[in-house]
Design a protein around this ligand. Structure first.
Ligand SMILES: Nc1ncnc2c1ncn2[C@@H]1O[C@H](COP(=O)(O)OP(=O)(O)OP(=O)(O)O)[C@@H](O)[C@H]1O
Length: 693
C-alpha cells in the first residue's frame, strides 16, 4: 500500500489552545480551511482565503495523526517506495511535537517512534524476506550539515568524514545522499529508538518568547530499507529511503524577541525556508524545467524527497489563535503550493548481479549438458538414438537401443564433463537392466538397455533400503516424504548434534536479549532523569535571574545552593549514564554475536538437512546401494559429487574387470585428467573402449 501517483498529501494540524479564533478560522468538510483577516493597511477591510488540504487534524491524538499521516508511507517504504513526511510551520506550532512527540510520555510519542515500531513489527511479519534497516540523522544548522549520530559507534557504512567533510552529493539515478553522514544498522525497534534518543540529545535548541525549547535547525531522520527475498533464485530486491523531516520554525523576529545568536539562527532559518518555498513553487509549476535545489543545503538535501519518485506528505502546523493569523496564512499558502507538486512514486527495484550470474551459470550448465549428451551419442555412432532432454525439467525422457557399455560410457562422459546435476537426473530416469529381462522399460529390444518412463505395473521394485529411519522401512514408493516430516527425523538422528548446538545458542541469545532490554530501560530512565534535572536547572536559573544575581564579598557572582545541587546531580547522572551506555553497547555487541552464531547454526542445519534429504530420498537406489556399501560413508556427510564419483569408480571396475593390467594406467590417466581438465566425451569413450580391448 502506498500513496502513489498523485499530488503531495497535505494535512493541517492545529496546536491546542483555549483561545481558538472561531470567528477567523473555519474548518469546512473535505479538509478545506477558510481564513478571514482584517487588513489594517486596506481600510480595515475583511479579507478571506480558502485553502485545500487532505484533512484537518484538530484536537486529535498522536495516534490518529500517525495513522492519517504516516502509516501508508511507512508500509510503502517496506514495499520499495521512497517516502517523506515533513512538518512545516511557525515556530512553536507543534512540528517537533508531531514528528518526535514528548520523550516523557509514551502516549504522546510522535511519528518517528511510531514509524519505527510499525516498521519492525512488519519486518517480523514478513518472514519470507530479509529486511535490512539503516538509520541516519542529519541536522542542518546555520547552513552547515551536522551528523547527530556521529558520536555513536558501530557505524556499518557511510563515509564518516565528520561534520567538516559533509556535503550533499548527487546520485546517478537522480537521488541525493550526504557524504560523511553515518549510517547505522539496526535490528530492532529498541536499537532504533536508542539512536533516535541519542540524536535528540545532540540537537541544537534555543529559547525565545514563543517556544522555550525551539529547534534551531532542520532535522532529517532517514530510514534506509533494503528487502530481499530469502529464495536464492530471486535476484530482484528493493530499496527505499524514508525521510522524516522536522523543519525549524519560521519566525517573525519582532514577535519572538530574538537577539544575539538566536537572532542569527532565525535569519538563517527564514532564509532557508524561503529557498524551500521557491523550490516548491518551481516544482508545482509544470512549465518550469529548472528547480533551484542547490540554493540551500536544505533544498539540496531534500531534492529527491519533495515530489517525483516519492510518497510525500506535508503536515502544516498552525496556531489557532487570532494573534498568529498572519503566520497561519503564510503556512497555509506554503501548504497549498506543496499540494500542487506531483508525485510519481515507483518501486526502487534492483537486480543482484551475483544471483543473476548464478542463474545464468545454471542455464549454461544445462545447455552444456544437452550438448554433451548430443556429442556423446553422435561420437559413439549410436544409430537412430533419439534423445530428448527437456531443459525446463532437466529430465532425460527417452533414450533407446543402447548397449550396456555405451550407457555406462555416457554416464562416464556425463560425469566427467557435466558434473553432478544432470547425472543425478539421468540416473533417476535411466533404468539399468540385465539383458533379456522381461517387463521392459522403454521398450527394451534384444540385449540392449531401455530408458524411459515405464508404466507403473512394469517398474521393477528397488531393493529395500537398510537405512533405519521411518521413511525407509520397507518403502517401495519412489515419492520422497514431505520435507517437514523429514526435517523432524533429521533433527532427531543425523542432525541431532548441530540441532542441540543451535538450541543452546538460541537460549544464550534470548538471555542476552533479556539483559539488553533491562539495560535499555535503565539507560532510558537515566536519560529521562537527566532531562528532568536539566529542565529544573533551567527553571532555577530563570528564577535566579529574575531575583537578581548574588555577589560574594569579593564581587564574584555566587551560585545559589539549589542551583549548585542541581548542577552536581546533573554531572553525576551524566557520568552514570555514560557508564551504563557503555555497558549497553557491549551487551548489544554480544547480542549481535549470538545472533550471528544462531544464523550460522541454522544455515548449517538446513544445508546438512538438504544434502541428507537429497541423498536419502532423491538419489537413485543404485547410488544409495553404493553409499551403503561404502561403510563409513554416510549420506549427508559427503558431497553428492563424491558419492557419484564412487558410483563411477564402481562402473569402471566392472568395465575393466577383463583387463586388470589397465587399472594403473587408467588411474594415472584419471589423475592427469583431474589436473588438466577432461577431454571431449568421444575421446573418453574411445579410451575406455581401448582399455576394454
Ligand atoms: N498538538 C499538541 N498537543 C499538545 N502539546 C502541543 C501540541 N503541539 C505543540 N505542543 C506543545 O507546544 C510546545 C511547542 O511545540 P514544538 O516544540 O513542537 O513546536 P515547534 O513547531 O517544533 O517549534 P520550533 O519551530 O520553535 O522548534 C511544546 O511544549 C509542545 O509540547
Amino acid at each position: 500500500m502506498s500513496v502513489h501517483g498523485s499530488d503531495v498529501k497535505v494535512f493541517v494540524r492545529t496546536r491546542p489552545t483555549a483561545h481558538f479564533a472561531t470567528d477567523l478560522i473555519e474548518y469546512l468538510p473535505d479538509g478545506q480551511v477558510s481564513i478571514s483577516s482584517l487588513k489594517a493597511a486596506v481600510n480595515n477591510q475583511l479579507f478571506s482565503w480558502s485553502f485545500r488540504s487532505d484533512r484537518v487534524l484538530h484536537d486529535v491524538s498522536q495516534e490518529e495523526v500517525y495513522e492519517s499521516v504516516a502509516h501508508t508511507v511507512v508500509l510503502g517504504a517496506l514495499d520499495g517506495y521512497n517516502g517523506t513526511v515533513m512538518c512545516f510551520g511557525q515556530t512553536g506550532s507543534g512540528k517537533t511535537y508531531t514528528m518526535t512527540g514528548t520523550n516523557e510520555s509514551y502516549r504522546h510519542r510522535g511519528i518517528i517512534p511510531r514509524a519505527l515500531q510499525e516498521l519492525f513489527r512488519e519486518v517480523e511479519q514478513r518472514v519470507s524476506h530479509k529486511i535490512t534497516v539503516h538509520l541516519s540523522y542529519l541536522e542542518i544548522y546555520n547552513e552547515t550539515l551536522q551528523d547527530l549520530l556521529s558520536s555513536v559507534r558501530n557505524i556499518s557504512s557511510g563515509d564518516n568524514g565528520g561534520p567538516c567533510g559533509m556535503s550533499v552529493v548527487e546520485e546517478p539515478g537522480g537521488g541525493v545522499s550526504v557524504r560523511g553522514l553515518s549510517l547505522h544498522l539496526v535490528h530492532s525497534e529498541e536499537e532504533a529508538l536508542n539512536l533516535l534518543f541519542e540524536g535528540e540529545m545532540n540537537r541544537i535548541i534555543g529559547a525565545h518568547c514563543l517556544n522555550r525549547n525551539s529547534s534551531r535547525s532542520h532535522c532529517i531522520f532517514s530510514i534506509h530499507i533494503e528487502s530481499r527475498s530469502h529464495m536464492l533464485s530471486e535476484a530482484r530486491y528493493v530499496t527505499s529511503k524514508l525521510n522524516l523531516v522536522d523543519l525549524a520554525g519560521s519566525e517573525r523576529l519582532g514577535k519572538t524577541g530574538s537577539e544575539g545568536q538566536v537572532l542569527k539562527e532565525a535569519m538563517y532559518i527564514n532564509k532557508s525556508l524561503s529557498f524551500l518555498e521557491q523550490a516548491i513553487l518551481a516544482l508545482g509549476d509544470r512549465r518550469r524545467d529548472h528547480v533551484p535545489f542547490r540554493q540551500s543545503k536544505l533544498t539540496h538535501a531534500l531534492k529527491d524527497s519533495l515530489g517525483g519518485n516519492c510518497n510525500t506528505v506535508l503536515v502544516a502546523n498552525i496556531y489557532g489563535e487570532a494573534a498568529q493569523i498572519e503566520e497561519t496564512l503564510s503556512t497555509l499558502r506554503f501548504a497549498s503550493r506543496m499540494k500542487c507538486v506531483q508525485t510519481e512514486p515507483a518501486i526502487n527495484e534492483h537486480m543482484d548481479p551475483m544471483l543473476q550470474v548464478k542463474r545464468l551459470q545454471k542455464e549454461i550448465q544445462l545447455l552444456k549438458q544437452e550438448l554433451i549428451v548430443h556429442d556423446t551419442l553422435v561420437s559413439t555412432h549410436i544409430h537412430a538414438v533419439p534423445s530428448q532432454v527437456d531443459k525446463h525439467g532437466g529430465y532425460l525422457t527417452s533414450l533407446t537401443k543402447c548397449s550396456a557399455p555405451i550407457i555406462k560410457t555416457i554416464y562416464y562422459a556425463l560425469n566427467e564433463k557435466a558434473g553432478f546435476s544432470l547425472f543425478q537426473l539421468s540416473l533417476q530416469s535411466i533404468q539399468l537392466q540385465p539383458p533379456g529381462t522381461k517387463g521392459t522399460v522403454g521398450k527394451l529390444e534384444g540385449s540392449s538397455f531401455g530408458v524411459g518412463v515405464a508404466p507403473l505395473s512394469e517398474r521393477h521394485s528397488r531393493p529395500q533400503s537398510t537405512r533405519k529411519n521411518k521413511f525407509h522401512k520397507g518403502k517401495e514408493s519412489r515419492s520422497p516424504p514431505p520435507k517437514v516430516e523429514a526435517f523432524e527425523v533429521f533433527k532427531a538422528q543425523r542432525g541431532s548434534e548441530i540441532n542441540y548446538i543451535l538450541k543452546e545458542n538460541k537460549a544464550m541469545l534470548l538471555e542476552r536479549r533479556r539483559q539488553l532490554r533491562e539495560l535499555t530501560d535503565v539507560v532510558n530512565a537515566a536519560k529521562r532523569e537527566i532531562d528532568h534535572i536539566a529542565v529544573m536547572l533551567q527553571q532555577q536559573r530563570e528564577e535566579s535571574q529574575h531575583q537578581g544575581q548574588f555577589m560574594s564579598v569579593e564581587g564574584e557572582p555566587v551560585m545559589e545552593e539549589a542551583e549548585l545541587d542541581l548542577v552536581l546531580r546533573l554531572q553525576e547522572l551524566k557520568t552514570q549514564y555514560r557508564q551504563q551506555y557503555k555497558e549497553l553497547c557491549s551487551t548489544r555487541a554480544e547480542v549481535n554475536y549470538c545472533e550471528h552464531l544462531v544464523d550460522q547454526c541454522r544455515t548449517r542445519l538446513l544445508t546438512e538437512f538438504e544434502s541428507w534429504y537429497n541423498e536419502s530420498f532423491l538419489l537413485p537406489e543404485e547410488v544409495q546401494v553404493i553409499l551403503q556399501a561404502g561403510g563409513s560413508i554416510q549420506p549427508g556427510l559427503i558431497p553428492v559429487e563424491k558419492a557419484l564419483a564412487l558410483r563411477f569408480e564402481h562402473l569402471r571396475h566392472e568395465l575393466l574387470a577383463d583387463s586388470p593390467g589397465a587399472m594403473s594406467y587408467y588411474n594415472a590417466h584419471t589423475r592427469t585428467l583431474q589436473r588438466v581438465g577432461p577431454p571431449p566425451a568421444h575421446v573418453l569413450y574411445h579410451t575406455l573402449m581401448e582399455q576394454r580391448v
